[in-house]
Design a protein around this ligand. Structure first.
Ligand code: ADP
Ligand code: MG
Length: 329
């Protein structure tokens, strides 16, 4: 079957069905990170591949920012399990026209984020390539109960950390060279280049067993909510007016309105479900983790699918699902 029909997630499903699950795999293909046993404990492991021309464009991304982001997106997957990142394996495919200065810049970006979170680069692989290719694998320590994509129950509240859509709008601004570099423009672009992995919030949610399911939003809210719903066997209703938007987003989203926030991608915020009785605790956690946490909707029976509603409960059509590398949206 053509990959454009199967789609990225159909392809991953297919791979998952063909792979034999060996001993010690607590959680294999299908979540934000794998969870595996070893003789003296267990680890979380996650990997991401960033390819020039697909995930980034060196016309408007510095190598320092790119290094930062390539680690940030992996740390975000560890955050989505409630884990603590520890080790990084970093592999590079490097175009022939690069020099050592370029690679220093990349590692400067990686190093600054690694230092913030106490993670160490322990190895990787280096080769020549047609375009720049960065493959990052992060190994982390799991909490006692890692938070999976499965586990949301009907009636649970749905929450997101931070604000949505800034990164996708930032990218749109980068592509549209007409924009004057105002403060708001710079803020959105910075969110695109340097996403913040929500490690403190993720770890606290796991430690206090507050979230029934969690994912990081890499491919857009609606798409990633779809993964939680599918794995949990639930549906969801999202109240559009409750989606957290930054002042810069409100100022500059223009006619695209809510689209970036709903399906823009690369937010790297956490989306999680939690029982309604935990609302006060989640408010307190938000202060502790120093990140805004907004209640945006709730889980419903699976037959309702994913619905977007206005404040009066009226249905709003969902235009774009989100990002899939193979399907043409
Ligand atoms: P995320 O957006 O959190 O990085 P992905 O959608 O990339 O998650 O991946 C979903 C799941 O599929 C993960 O468990 C990942 O490890 C697994 N996966 C992705 N690509 C492959 C592959 N080529 N072979 C095996 N597993 C894969
Ligand atoms: Mg993820």
């Amino acid at each position: 079957m053509k990959l454009s029909r199967l789609g990225e997630f159909g392809l991953i499903d297919r791979i998952g069905r063909k792979v034999t699950v060996g001993h010690g795999v607590r959680l294999g293909i299908g979540d934000d990170a794998a969870w595996v046993d070893h003789p003296r404990g267990s680890s979380l492991i996650t990997a991401d591949l960033l390819i020039e021309g697909i995930h980034f464009d060196l016309k408007w991304t510095t190598l320092v920012d790119l290094g930062y982001k390539s680690l940030a997106v992996n740390l975000s997957d560890i955050a989505a399990m409630g884990g603590v990142p520890a080790y990084v394996m970093l592999s590079l495919g490097i175009p022939a026209n690069f020099d050592s200065e370029n690679i220093d810049q990349l590692y400067r970006g990686i190093g600054s984020l690694a230092k913030q979170h106490g993670v160490t680069i322990i190895g990787g692989d280096t080769n020549i390539a047609e375009s720049l290719l960065i493959s990052v694998c992060v190994i982390g320590h799991p909490p006692a109960h890692p938070i999976r994509r499965a586990g949301a129950r009907v009636g649970d509240d749905l929450y997101v950390t931070g604000t949505l859509g800034d990164s996708a709008l930032g990218l749109a601004l980068l592509r549209d060279h007409q924009q004057a570099p105002t403060r708001a423009v710079k803020q959105l672009i910075a969110r695109h280049h340097r996403p913040t992995p929500r490690l403190a919030a993720g770890a606290l949610l796991a430690k206090h067993k507050l979230a029934s399911a969690m994912i990081d939003i890499s491919d857009g809210l609606i798409q990633d909510l779809g993964h939680i719903c599918e794995m949990s066997g639930s549906g969801a209703t999202i109240e559009q007016d409750k989606l957290p938007l930054s002042p810069a987003y409100r100022l500059l989203a223009g006619k695209n309105g809510m689209n970036y926030a709903l399906s823009g991608g690369e937010d790297y915020e956490l989306l999680f479900a939690a029982a309604p009785r935990l609302r006060k605790k989640i408010e307190a956690l938000s202060k502790h983790a120093r990140v805004a946490i907004s209640r945006i909707g709730s889980c419903t029976p699976a037959r309702n699918g994913i619905q977007l509603v206005d404040s009066a409960g009226g249905k709003i059509a969902i235009r774009a699902q989100g990002h899939d590398h193979f399907k043409k949206n």
